[in-house]
Design a protein around this ligand. Structure first.
Ligand code: NDP
Ligand code: GDR
Length: 377
């Protein structure tokens, strides 16, 4: 039985990866942070009673800022594969918490690599969650494994350190350590403050009359969006190769935030047109497909053409922005045989309909007199 250790197991990718590896017959260990509330929502369906025999999913308290804890867990679990997914992963928040981000995302990776080196686990393979944010200020498009980096946030700078320390430990100590340079990937499990999930949640809430307007930042940013389920499969493939190498994982299609908004509302039968510029831009309903809305059990009366449902709020602008990301996944396709199953339309559909179900539950609670205040930035 192969043994895997996933840091960041409670996050979007950690949850999908844990499920994927368990299906492949792995013993899966996950690193989770201590928190005052339960933080295992995304993996609760995988929970196994630890008193039973044949337990193959186990969680350990830990943190990437604590070396002794990492050394102990790795020594106890003796993993064949480590997936380092743990990170303070929000680019905008990294401007507010630059030092912590450097510690967890940058030095955290070093702590993990050092733990493996100190323990002499030369056969353990390591996957490092690198990111398209490394490309930052556009040097060339599409971006491939050879495109120069120009990070544009404390998050990206920390991840740049993690990228190079992974390469360095591979070259210096012969570790099987690889970077997956993953472009944005989303899902119904995406954190609520990343732009795609913020949009799909708001579209569902607005359709149900639970929210009036969605406030966003830069609508012109372009991202190469894929589905997390496809991307975690690439992580696994990267560690199954003969040779440790770095790979770009992307769809090769880029879309603006504005178009993601249009697609999400259209999925519910609400057509939006944008007008105005920069912080004065707004999205207004121009048509409501009553039949489509009623198919989803929605009452369209609250929605009228002319109604503003999206507005720009400059507080969401970043001090330095990454304007355009478009990946070239040729190496992954040819060497790993990796091809994504989802396109953007299928991703948007899944996210919007999942959020519609979540929000219907909220609506039910609200009607029952329970508070459902969700303050998401
Ligand atoms: P999430 O934000 O959903 O999950 C991050 C995980 O890291 C959570 O489990 C979180 O724990 C944990 N974590 C945060 N800080 C620490 C710490 N100091 N010690 C231990 N654990 C910590 O991210 P994703 O699942 O979306 O992304 C996974 C990884 O891939 C991240 O490293 C991210 O930077 C990177 N990445 C993501 C991309 C994407 O589009 N999703 C693209 C490219 C790279 P908790 O649940 O307690 O907060
Ligand atoms: P990103 O994702 O920064 O690319 O990092 P995010 O969804 O936060 O932003 C994408 C783009 O949308 C613009 N935007 C907004 N973003 C947020 N969060 N909220 C808003 O209201 C909003 N309005 C517009 C942003 O300015 C940006 O241009 C994600 C994370 O998962 C990283 O961890 C990962 O490394 C990269 O993807 C690849």
């Amino acid at each position: 039985m192969k043994v895997a250790l996933i840091t960041g197991v409670t996050g979007q990718d950690g949850a999908y990866l844990a499920e994927f590896l368990l299906k492949k017959g792995y013993m899966v260990h996950g690193l989770k942070r201590r928190s005052s509330l339960f933080n295992t929502d995304r993996i609760d369906h995988l929970y196994q009673d630890q008193h039973e025999n044949n337990v193959n999913f186990k969680l350990h308290f830990g943190d990437l800022t604590d070396s002794t804890n990492l050394i102990r867990i790795i020594q106890e679990t003796q993993p064949d594969e480590i997936y380092n997914l743990a990170a303070m992963s929000h680019v905008h928040v990294s401007f507010e918490m630059p030092e912590y981000t450097a510690n967890a995302d940058g030095i955290g990776t070093l702590r993990l690599l050092e733990a493996i080196r100190i323990l002499g686990l030369t056969k353990t393979k390591i996957y490092q969650a690198s990111t398209s944010e490394l490309y930052g200020l556009v040097q060339a498009v599409p971006q491939s494994e050879t495109t120069p980096f120009y990070p544009r946030s404390p998050y990206a700078v920390a991840k740049m350190y993690a990228y190079w320390i992974t390469v360095n430990y591979r070259e210096a100590y012969g570790l099987f350590a690889c970077n997956g340079i993953l472009f944005n990937h989303e899902s119904p499990l995406r954190g609520e403050t990343f732009v795609t999930r913020k949009i799909t949640r708001a579209a569902a809430k607005i359709a149900l009359g639970l929210q009036e307007c969605l406030y966003l930042g830069n609508l012109s940013a372009q991202r190469d969006w894929g589905h997390a389920k496809d991307y975690i499969e690439a992580m696994w493939l990267i560690l199954q190769q003969e040779k440790a190498e770095d790979y770009v994982i992307a769809t090769g299609v880029t879309t603006t935030v504005r178009d993601f908004v249009r697609m999400s509302f259209a999925e519910l039968g609400i057509e939006i047109e944008f007008s105005g510029k920069d912080e004065y831009e707004r999205g207004v309903i121009i048509d409501v497909e009553q039949e489509l809305l009623s198919n989803f059990g929605l009452n369209a009366e609250a929605l009228k053409p002319g109604q503003t449902v999206v507005q720009v709020d400059a507080k969401y602008f970043r001090p330095t922005e990454v304007d355009l990301l478009l990946g070239d996944p040729t190496k992954a396709k040819t060497q790993l045989g990796w091809v994504p199953k989802y396109d953007l339309a299928a991703l948007v559909k899944e996210m919007v309909h999942s959020d519609l179900q979540v929000m219907k539950k909220d609506q039910y609670l609200k009607e029952g007199g329970f508070s459902t205040l969700n303050y998401f930035e």
